[in-house]
Design a protein around this ligand. Structure first.
Ligand SMILES: NC(=O)c1ccc[n+]([C@@H]2O[C@H](COP(=O)([O-])OP(=O)(O)OC[C@H]3O[C@@H](n4cnc5c(N)ncnc54)[C@H](O)[C@@H]3O)[C@@H](O)[C@H]2O)c1
Length: 293
């Protein structure tokens, strides 16, 4: 089946869509990157170029690999550009209404046999599949951020996903050089189900005054050998994203142990959503990040 995937469409040219286009092109797939915003498409291409340059400098890929991969990426501000894709990966904003609308728009455009995948971090694959015209050829392919660096991809079947689609998705991810973990379609899948409650607990630990930002991050880096402290990691993921995943766990699993920490809510309400906003548990506006509490 996977021999049939030659062209990959990516919907959404944000941080994840750019990374997905990057790894697909390096693996030899033709890529069409689609976003509503032409500006996003341009900045995505610049990001991909810059990240591939870094891989050339560190000896991970050659100049020729980079040139060939960049030549395989086309952009399209129009959804019609995806009409000959064999696999389309939706990596647009984490908002169910937006994703549903995208699946509706794609329905008349895609080839009937094309596979439709979503990179959602938290929404139900079965529910999203039901908003598409092909639930049996719909699947979750959940990449980690930053995509070119992280080794893992979670593959999640919806209730209607057929075996051929599952097989094709696994072969596709393997060709990207990533390791697959198969997760069932429950809130947060595996990685976020475990990671986000840990981050939320770190925020409670701060909220209750058990430790300072620095103490908590140092404790987990040196005491548990985590490469990044949980508060630093939360800032990297984005506190808005962390909150939205905790809400999905809380509501989807109906268990009070997943309630988002009020301090996390407060940071999001302040607009201090982490590195992308210049401020979260650390202030990134100076030369070195400084704790904000
Ligand atoms: N950020 C992470 O760490 C991470 C990790 C894994 C998965 N994800 C998931 O990946 C998806 C994208 O996340 P991101 O961090 O790249 O977000 P982002 O905000 O960086 O990018 C989203 C992009 O989608 C585009 N978009 C919005 N509506 C669109 C539409 N109707 N048609 C086409 N493009 C549209 C936006 O213009 C934007 O460029 C989300 O579902 C998110 O949950 C994120």
């Amino acid at each position: 089946m996977t021999g049939d995937i030659r062209k990959v469409g990516v919907v959404g040219a944000g941080q994840m869509g750019s990374g997905i286009a990057h790894v697909c092109a390096l693996a030899g797939y033709d890529v069409v990157l689609h976003d509503l915003s032409g500006e996003r498409l341009n900045s995505s291409l610049a990001t991909i170029h810059g990240n591939m340059n870094r891989q050339v400098s560190s000896g991970k890929i050659t100049d020729a690999d980079r040139e060939a991969a960049l030549n395989r990426i086309a952009t399209s501000a129009d959804v019609d550009g995806l009409s000959d894709a064999d696999l389309v990966i939706e990596a647009a904003t984490e908002n169910e209404a937006i994703k549903r609308e995208i699946f509706g728009t794609l329905a008349p455009v895609l080839k009937p046999e094309a596979i439709l995948a979503t990179n959602t971090s938290s929404l139900s694959i079965t529910r999203l599949a039901s908003a598409s015209n092909r639930p049996e050829r719909f699947i979750g392919i959940h990449f980690m951020n930053p995509v070119p660096v992280m080794e893992l991809v979670e593959v999640i079947r919806g209730i209607a996903t057929d075996e051929a689609t599952f097989g094709a998705a696994k072969a596709f991810v393997t060709r990207l050089g990533k390791t697959i973990v198969v997760a069932e379609d429950f809130p947060g899948f595996i990685v976020n189900r475990i990671l986000l409650p840990m981050i939320n607990e770190a925020i409670y630990t701060l909220h209750e005054g058990v430790g300072t930002v620095e103490a908590i991050d140092t404790a987990m880096r040196l005491g548990a050998h985590h490469p990044m402290g949980p508060l630093q990691l939360a800032d990297f993921i984005g506190l808005d994203t962390c909150l939205s995943i905790m809400q999905v766990l809380y509501e989807g699993l109906a268990d009070s142990k997943y309630r988002p920490c009020p301090l996390l809510v407060k940071y999001v309400e302040a607009g201090w959503v982490g590195r992308k906003a210049g401020r979260g548990f650390y202030d990134y506006r100076g030369e070195t990040p400084l704790p904000t509490r």
